[in-house]
Design a protein around this ligand. Structure first.
Ligand code: ATR
Length: 271
């Protein structure tokens, strides 16, 4: 049976085996998908051992996404733009194709949620790896404007320089990013530390839709802020997790799984 895995450190909390096994069951694909813990200094060895044992593809998570990019024989355009690889696919002559499905997974989920991306004014909070992966897929949807606001302004400026040719992007300060955005996406890890972002209520209008790439059993700090402002459309990043997995599954198997039932059972499992 074709073997797949998610490789990271730590790895025991990864939901990827549940998601991919659910996809396999749903589509009738025969595959084996497991977690693989790589030593912090042993990612390359773990990967080549996995290939020798019949591994055909893998997802890569923290902290190996940059190393995975370096080990890939070739990159997809979206992986090159993201500067990180979250999916490897073994090719017939033995080299790994490196892809990044995180941004595509985000857009897939935003579309599922009927966020009107084309022509929208979008505020992206944060300018780290997660933001960088989201830039090109978001800009491909032709928003009217994409404003990147980050605690460290230089990182937002860097994203504007890198992706400026793909659309109307500007950087802004986190405290004063502008007013009345249609969509606000939080890519910062502030929620992980339970920290609020000190955003001004004027960044929203009554119909603003918000999305937090983070997720958890509890409502994130960012989504609680949006709820307190009375915003109706608030979503966490669990659908993005399932969406990026669906894109990886498609790369490996050529079959597009249905996200919705897997998202519903994953949500129930986490509660
Ligand atoms: P990831 O790969 O998850 O994006 P990262 O590259 O470490 O992780 O980026 C984390 C992002 O969250 C950055 O934009 C970071 O802001 P800085 O560039 O200023 O560090 C942002 N971030 C983390 N904690 C934050 C906080 N408490 N308030 C505001 N921004 C925060």
């Amino acid at each position: 049976m074709d073997r797949y895995a998610v490789i990271g450190h730590p790895i025991k909390h990864s939901q990827s085996p549940f998601i991919h096994c659910s996809f396999a069951e749903q589509t009738g694909e025969q595959l084996d998908y497991r977690r693989l813990l790589a030593p912090l200094d042993g990612f390359a060895d773990t990967l080549s051992h996995f290939a020798r044992e019949g591994g055909r593809g893998c997802n890569i998570t923290v902290p190996f996404k940059t190393q995975a990019m370096e080990l890939a024989g070739e990159l997809t355009e979206r992986a090159r733009l993201a500067g990180a690889v979250n999916t490897l696919h073994l090719q017939e002559d033995g080299w790994w194709l490196g892809d990044n499905t995180d941004g595509a997974g985000l857009v897939l989920d935003l579309k599922r949620l009927e966020f009107p991306l084309a022509g929208a004014r979008i505020l992206l909070l944060g300018a780290g790896g997660a933001a960088r992966g989201a830039m090109a897929p978001l800009l491909a949807e032709q928003p009217a404007q994409l404003v990147v606001a980050n605690r460290t302004p230089a990182r937002a400026d860097e994203l504007v320089q890198r992706f400026g040719h793909l659309g109307n992007i500007t950087s802004a300060q986190l405290e004063h990013p502008g007013t009345g955005f249609d969509i606000i996406i939080n890519s910062t890890s502030a929620s992980l530390q339970g920290e609020a972002l000190s955003l001004d209520a004027a960044v929203c209008h009554p119909g603003t839709r918000v999305y937090d790439m983070m997720y958890g059993r509890e409502e994130t700090v960012f989504l609680a802020w949006a709820r307190e402002l009375g915003l109706e459309h608030r979503h966490d990043g669990l659908g993005m997790l399932v969406g990026q997995a669906a894109e990886s599954f498609y790369l490996w198997r050529g079959v597009r799984p249905d996200i919705m039932p897997v998202l519903t059972s994953l949500r129930a499992k986490l509660e």
